[in-house]
Design a protein around this ligand. Structure first.
Ligand SMILES: NC(=O)c1ccc[n+]([C@@H]2O[C@H](COP(=O)([O-])OP(=O)(O)OC[C@H]3O[C@@H](n4cnc5c(N)ncnc54)[C@H](OP(=O)(O)O)[C@@H]3O)[C@@H](O)[C@H]2O)c1
Length: 335
């Protein structure tokens, strides 16, 4: 399995490291080796058209690597770099762009049109053009997998589509952004939004520009992805009704507490609803959780409510989802 990685930051590197950690497991499970034949980030790239084991081809800028490092892309697009090598699988881990999908969307289209499988954690392309990409994958006989795009280490998409196959899923409600939950749970103890946000930034949870999180954009992308992939709707990010948590006041939190409730930022997908908004949740409800975890409740026709929880972000957590997609693909490609 020859792998090309687009985006080599936290998550791209996390995936790479997971291959090193699971090297023995992968070698035992498959005769085929996983080899990295190309890596690209915003400024530089590395390509390797030889047959190298993963350990032989390391990281961008690593002086021990055996690939050819180019410290300047010289105006080359990712797709031009992709075309320099033969690969079987694209890992798309470049930044999420919710305006036009950015280079990530172009990369995924390009790979699928070439008949290559894709694993993406980049939410933008899926939240903007899911049905087009799904159709492209089918037309070209490729697999498009994206477990890590919703909830990082919390199993969600593949759980609904594979573990719960045959069941009717009536709704999914969940906390899909750990930063928002951390801020809201700090507000439970009486501190105002701005202070809770500052604390989340100091702890490294919220970005310097926290807009994607606090305005609900990140959660809305995940709602759109679940609506398309689990509920088989044909929606875009813009179809989701979104209210951020920056509208939540200490007075609203206090009034909620007086009624035995908390305010949580809930994404919901059901037959008639596609929404992300702050909601009143009874204190004893499964979604009334403190801290930065993600949590979701799936309501099924036969098994009733199923609740899952896990770390919604993080290098190793997200890599675990990507690894499960890799193994799913390799089981089929090497059978
Ligand atoms: N962080 C998480 O826990 C998490 C969880 C689930 C999903 N995701 C998604 O995973 C993706 C990556 O997140 P991250 O945390 O790894 O971000 P990150 O640390 O900022 O890394 C982004 C990487 O993409 C590269 N890049 C920027 N523009 C590019 C382009 N046009 N083409 C190719 N590469 C480009 C960057 O290169 P430079 O270093 O040169 O700028 C960097 O290597 C995002 O789409 C994010 O939404 C993240």
């Amino acid at each position: 399995m020859r792998v090309f990685i687009s985006g080599f930051g936290n998550i791209g590197r996390g995936f790479f490291e997971s291959l090193l950690i699971k090297d023995a497991y992968l070698k035992k499970r498959y005769e085929d080796l996983v080899t990295i034949v190309g890596i690209v980030d915003s400024k530089s790239y590395e390509v390797n058209d030889g047959e190298y084991k993963i350990c032989g081809f390391c990281t961008l800028g690593n002086k021990n690597n055996t690939g050819k490092l180019h410290t300047d892309r010289n105006g080359l697009s990712c797709t031009e770099i992709m075309d320099m090598v033969d690969f079987d699988l694209l890992i798309e881990a470049s930044p999420t762009n919710i305006t036009d999908g950015g280079e990530g969307l172009v990369n995924i289209r390009h790979a699928l049109k070439k008949g290559k499988d894709v694993i993406t954690v980049n939410k933008g392309p899926l939240a903007l053009a899911y049905s087009e990409l799904d159709a492209l994958a089918k037309e070209n006989g490729c697999y498009l997998r994206f477990e890590g795009s919703v909830g990082g280490g919390m199993p969600m998409i593949n759980m609904c589509n594979e573990a719960l196959v045959g069941q009717k899923i009536n709704s999914i409600q969940g906390i899909f952004n750990g930063t928002c939950n951390l801020i809201l749970s700090r507000m439970d103890s009486g501190i105002p939004f701005e202070q809770a946000l500052r604390e989340a930034q100091q702890l490294g949870y919220a970005e310097t520009d926290p807009t994607y999180d606090i305005k609900g954009i990140d959660s809305a992308c995940k709602v759109a992805i679940l609506a398309n992939s689990v509920f088989k709707k044909d929606v875009k990010f813009s179809d989701v009704s979104v209210t951020g948590i920056d509208t939540v006041t200490p007075e609203a939190v206090e009034m909620a507490a007086e009624k035995g409730m908390v305010i949580r930022h809930i994404g919901e997908i059901s037959k008639d609803k596609l929404e992300v908004a702050p909601r009143l949740i009874p204190k004893n409800h499964p979604l009334s959780v403190p801290g930065s975890l993600n949590k979701a409740q799936v309501i099924t026709d036969m098994a009733g409510p199923i609740t899952v929880s896990g770390r919604g972000a993080g290098k190793s957590e997200t890599a675990s989802a990507m690894l499960s997609d890799l193994i799913w693909i390799m089981d089929r490609r090497t059978a």
